[in-house]
Design a protein around this ligand. Sequence first.
Ligand code: R5P
Length: 296
Amino acid sequence: MLLFFEDERAPAHRLAQASGLTPHQVERHRFPDGELKLRLPATLPSQVVVLRSLNDPNEKLVELLLLATTARNLGAQHLTLVAPYLAYMRQDLAFHAGEVISQRVVGDFIAGLFDALITVDPHLHRVATLAQAVPVAQPLVLSGAPLLSDWIARHRANALLIGPDEESAQWVAQAAQRHGLDFTVCHKTRHNDHAVLVQLPPVDVAGRQVVVMDDVISTGHTVAQATQLLLAAGARSVDVAVTHALFAPGALELLRKAGVGEIWSTDCIAHASNQVFMAERLAQALAQLRESAKSL
Ligand code: R5P
């Protein structure tokens, strides 16, 4: 069975179709004081998959606590969380005394509720593997880069792929190699949430159709600045491909003002820019987990 919430009905049905799981929407009531009431089916099979992408995570983490605890009481013995976007992965270190290492707290919380976790391009900085961040028994990481690369290759012949910072090299290189495209990355210095300094690499972009690729767009400042520099350097067009369409208020307007053409995203986070669907990949990952569980 696949449990999902109303706001993720479309990706849930795509995943149910691709995986053969029976979808069931969790009933959710929000009381006037903000508390939540959930309702699951009266009995559950032994294996249950929960789809919950963790953008806007705070209330969703409470949902997961209520849901997973109850699912076990109702018969679930193995719980898999499919969280295409995984929250709180950035804060993996206490930069100042007393700072909360959110990644560890949230990672332990999820691992305490679920047996398996599937996620897409988690934002891991100083931690090498998902298992270190979220110590579940069965962690599995997918990437949005291959499918984004296929989409780009179909829509922009001979595109030049550019990552807005060094960190993006892992996704951009993967996407470029898949279709034999040129790629490079910029250098970025972040000053605060809304202030970044992007510097272009020494590459001739004149006349090129550039696609800026990143794992996450939040405020949009990173990609907006890269776009302005690329257009000023003579790029014929700048489009954007992103795995996680977080898009904080004002981000889309910022990108448009900077001169971005098309914005393409995966459906890891439900958004109007979703063009690339992860369902088949997620279904393969679920099948892989079932196989590895059999051999345990
Ligand atoms: C940074 O490490 C990420 O890959 C993104 O480049 C960053 O999160 C984008 O943030 P914003 O859209 O707020 O500039």
